[in-house]
Design a protein around this ligand. Structure first.
Ligand code: SF4
Length: 479
């Protein structure tokens, strides 16, 4: 009696169904990819070779190559060589392309040559989600995360790393020079062998030092004072309290309702501070809403950017960053001084009034300066906790009332920051898991942006399939 499930005989004539379509169930996600790409106006999106050339060998239609990429990114197959292999052995891929099997170079060139158009495809899908009213609440959470670039840390030089390397070589030279001094105490026979040996080592190190000095000059002459050899656009960045790696900074705006990525960008800026307004503006444009609400962490706190957002109809909620040197030194910080709006004055911890005295301009911002008379501070019992100079001065940005209003709004919505983290952690965690240990496979910012757009498209496609189901989504795409 047979006790195993038996496979079919390989030599059997009717092993495969006659139609490839029979292998693909009606609710197979690959059908969504096919429907979505077929509905796109590829010429309008800027794809090359939408019209066949009159002469020469026929090329692949961009729709076929785009389907290969969308399928690949949806199934964690991102490299062109692996995609080539999949076209030859994967039944879903055969169904999707009609058994086309382009070589890896054709596949890779398509991604390289159609970067802008691929990024527009990602936006097309977001527009589709918007038309399906997936973003009606217009509340998004913005965050950035560092994604590892192709460039290894060994092939990245910064001002600090050059200093370290030069100091190391200097130490070695010092050590060999002192060994050379000690050789004089040895027997002449030992000396005769050791001296040339040490002199050779010192000469080699001095040559190395010349190379390092030249390299250091190059690094310092670079606008960012660092050079990445493999991917010149990538930069050394801190990664969440666990050292540093050569990365790109991926910025996303994620809808709080369905966790769909509404807008994204890739930059090589190591910090998030300057990314708030550009990304919030892009989100507002994508959502086509006059007023939207944006939640971001304190890394985005920058007065000018917050003001720009409010002026554009974007309500942002960003916790204040406390950078007071006085507080760090154990003295009163600015937050210990209470602003009295009606009188336009500050009340200090001793209850004294700091009046507005004059204005100053710092980094293009007009600041109002407040202080109490010197005689008041001189005789104050809290003086040692307040200042080290003769008088404590408080500076207030001319638009700081806006920041105060935002702070009050944040106090009124205590769950805003937990909503923010729950919203953005989901897509970043998912994307990084899909991308593997080295997140990006391509080099240069423009190619990395294309790669990220494909990941975001795959993420949003998968989200929409789980929210709506494959068949209803396909019907909505075709509607
Ligand atoms: S030192 Fe001056 S500003 Fe500071 S608490 Fe005393 S009175 Fe107020």
């Amino acid at each position: 009696m047979k006790r195993f499930v038996e496979g079919e005989d390989r030599s059997q004539g009717t092993l495969f169904p006659e139609r490839l379509d029979d292998y693909i169930a009606d609710d197979n996600p690959v059908r969504v990819i096919d429907a979505f790409v077929e509905e796109l106006d590829l010429a309008d999106l800027g794809f090359e070779r939408v019209q066949p050339q009159a002469t020469g060998r026929p090329g692949y239609h961009p729709a076929s190559l785009l389907k290969i990429y969308v399928y690949g990114y949806l199934n964690r197959i991102q490299s062109s060589r692996r995609l080539e292999r999949e076209t030859q052995r994967n039944v879903e891929m055969m169904w999707l392309t009609g058994r086309l099997m382009p070589d890896f170079k054709t596949i890779a060139d398509f991604r390289k040559d159609n970067g802008k158009a691929i990024r527009r495809v990602c936006r097309e899908f977001i527009d589709l989600c918007r038309s399906m009213e997936m973003f009606t609440q217009a509340i998004v959470a913005i965050d950035g995360s560092k994604f590892k670039a192709v460039n290894s840390k060994d092939r990245n030089d910064t001002k600090a790393s050059m200093k370290r390397r030069i100091a190391r070589v200097e130490q070695h030279i010092e050590r060999y020079l002192s060994l050379l001094d000690d050789v004089d105490k040895d027997e002449p026979s030992v000396r005769d062998t050791k001296v040339p040996e040490l002199e050779d080592k010192i000469a080699a190190l001095k040559e190395r030092m010349q190379q390092l000095k030249k390299r250091e000059r190059d690094v310092l002459a670079h606008p960012d004072q660092q050079i990445s050899e493999t991917d010149p656009d990538s930069r050394l960045m801190k990664k969440g309290g666990m050292g540093s790696q050569v990365s790109y900074n991926v910025q996303t705006a994620v809808d709080t309702r369905h966790k769909l990525i509404v807008a994204h960008d890739v930059t090589n800026a190591a910090v998030d501070r300057n990314q708030l307004f550009p990304l919030a503006g892009l989100t507002q444009h994508t959502l086509q809403q006059d007023e939207i609400k944006v939640l971001a962490d304190r890394g985005y706190y920058k007065g000018r950017a917050i003001k720009d957002c409010y002026d554009a109809g974007i309500q942002v909620l960003v916790p204040k960053i406390l950078t007071s040197g006085s507080k760090a030194a154990g003295r009163f910080g600015k937050q210990d001084f209470h602003y009295e709006e009606a009188a336009d004055q500050y009340r200090c911890p001793a209850g004294e009034i700091l009046q507005r005295r004059f204005n100053t301009v710092e980094a293009g911002n007009v600041l109002h300066v407040y202080f109490a008379p010197v005689s008041v501070c001189r005789n104050c019992a809290l003086k040692s906790q307040c200042m080290t100079s003769a008088q404590r001065r408080i500076r207030r940005w001319e638009h700081e009332d806006l920041l105060d209003t935002m702070e009050q709004e944040l106090r009124n919505t205590p769950d805003a920051m937990s909503v923010r983290s729950q919203t953005v952690e989901h897509p970043f965690g998912t994307l990084k898991a899909w991308m593997g240990s080295t997140h990006f496979l391509t080099r240069r910012l423009k190619n990395v942006r294309t790669e990220m757009s494909l990941h975001v498209l795959a993420y949003n496609l998968r989200r929409m399939m789980s929210i709506m189901g494959v068949v209803p989504l396909m019907e909505a795409i075709r509607a």
